[in-house]
Design a protein around this ligand. Structure first.
Ligand code: PXP
Length: 252
């Protein structure tokens, strides 16, 4: 079990607020600087095809002005591949993207989309970009990601985070635990993201083979009340506490 779980802070929704008025405020890059100071291990930004939040200029500035590793979330399109190869972020996470959706509503079909995805995994891997595939916690998808040669998967944990009753929560949680374990057996580095809040981060952080969580919407929303730095520090604290308890329990 890895003692320290990395926290990637997704700054998309700072850009969402900026774009609501079309000006330069609030600046997502300033949020990235604050996130770094507050204990984030990386910055995540999704350059959507419709540019509804993060812009091309944001990606350029993140590369130039921020020291933390950048995780570029992107659809598997030629345009995004060209941008990734030009900017060479530390990491790229391939996500499914539909224009009509409000957010990334499900995982990639790594199994069904094998032929399409293979080129993206290969070309970005050859450029030394750490490629991950955002997939549902489903053993078929985990196996498909391994077959594609992706070094990393990110499990979509939205169904767990959004589940309203205990039985559904338990079911979705077990799926995440099983998928993370399978990924570990297959030699994949495993991350998790989508919908994580103060309430749901503890159980997720306790899953031994997870190495990184990517969190955005909740952090930016909570920051309205208590500020971004304090929100990130509290998320970091909850992750660390849950991880430390899990480590102790496994050792005893
Ligand atoms: N990881 C991936 C791959 C995502 O697409 C998203 C949403 O953009 C997140 C993490 C962050 O999810 P949330 O904003 O719900 O915390």
């Amino acid at each position: 079990m890895n003692d320290r779980l990395r926290l990637g802070v997704n700054i998309d929704h700072v850009a969402t607020i900026r774009n609501a008025r079309g000006g330069a405020h609030p600046d997502p890059i300033r949020a990235a600087v604050l996130a770094a100071e507050a204990g984030a291990d990386g910055i995540t930004a999704h350059l959507r095809e419709d540019r509804r939040h993060i812009s091309d200029a944001d990606i350029e500035r993140l590369g130039m002005e921020i020291d933390l590793p950048l995780n570029l979330e992107m659809a598997a399109t030629d345009e995004m591949l060209e941008i990734a190869l030009r900017h060479r972020p530390f990491a790229a996470c391939i996500v499914p993207e539909k224009r009509e959706e409000r957010t990334t509503e499900g995982g990639l079909d790594a199994a069904g989309g094998h032929n399409h995805l293979a080129r993206f995994v290969r070309d970005m891997g050859n450029a030394d970009i750490r490629v991950s595939l955002f997939i549902e916690p489903d053993p078929i998808q985990v196996a498909a990601a391994a077959q594609l040669g992706a070094p990393v998967i990110e499990l979509h944990v939205g169904a767990y985070c959004d589940a309203e009753d205990e039985a559904a929560k338990e079911l979705h949680y077990q799926r995440i635990v099983d998928a993370a374990e399978r990924a570990d057996q297959l030699g994949l580095e495993c991350h998790a993201g989508h919908g994580i809040s103060f309430e749901t981060v503890g159980p997720i952080a306790a899953i031994p083979s997870l190495m990184e969580l990517n969190i955005g919407h909740f952090l930016i929303g909570e920051a309205i009340y208590v500020g971004l730095a304090d929100t990130i520090k509290e998320m970091r604290r909850r992750m660390d506490v849950a991880r430390a308890i899990a480590v102790t329990e496994r050792a005893s």
